[in-house]
Design a protein around this ligand. Sequence first.
Ligand code: ZN
Length: 244
Amino acid sequence: MPGAIATGAVCAATLGLAVGGCAYASLWPTSQIFGRTLIASGNGDEVALTFDDGPNDAATHQLLNVLARHEVRATFFNMGDYARAKPEIVREVVAAGHVVGNHTMSHPKMSIESATRIRQELTDCNAVLEDITGEAVKFFRPPFGARRPYVLRAARELGLTPVMWNVTGYDWNPIGVDRILANLDKGIAKNRLRGCGSNLLLHDGGHRAMGTARTDTVQAVDRLLSAHRATATRFVTVDTWVRE
Ligand SMILES: [Zn+2]
């Protein structure tokens, strides 16, 4: 079993498993109905930036520059197909101290795929990432947040902790920097009021094609980090929320 997984419904360490779980009982994507997933801690000052669908030669490097300037580490859920095409970007991400997780090879909708395909997507992505980084992959985010019991079970059998989120940037829509930032601010504030940490869903890539523009995301992250510079907010990687 991979370490601990956040518990649902309450912001407290329960079952002796989690550092502290923060999840709504029934709302997607924080629903725990299909099995427990890691979301966030019970510390409202903790915020995890997570980036899906990379590596992306049009955005990841710019994002790394912003994160480095603010001395912040983040979590990147990479697609195996893209990682194989751009291994140097994955190496750059890991060398900068960020966490890299599994986002499948090709981004299928896993809630409707066969068990064989699901397992293959997970195993192949792990193999590609581990070959590039030399490190075991420990985290998995299901594409589209789609999951069913088998998806989570297959992930855990491969030593992967499934990770969802509780703040959505909606940065895959062309909504502009201000609205992405407003989505993040609103979510963080709401979680803080509930005494929950925040797990921010953002994208450094696009699952439809390598080279997707993410300039707005990069700028929104820069502004978010600037705004939180002198506050109690602590930006963490998702492994912070799991204990052996
Ligand atoms: Zn994705």
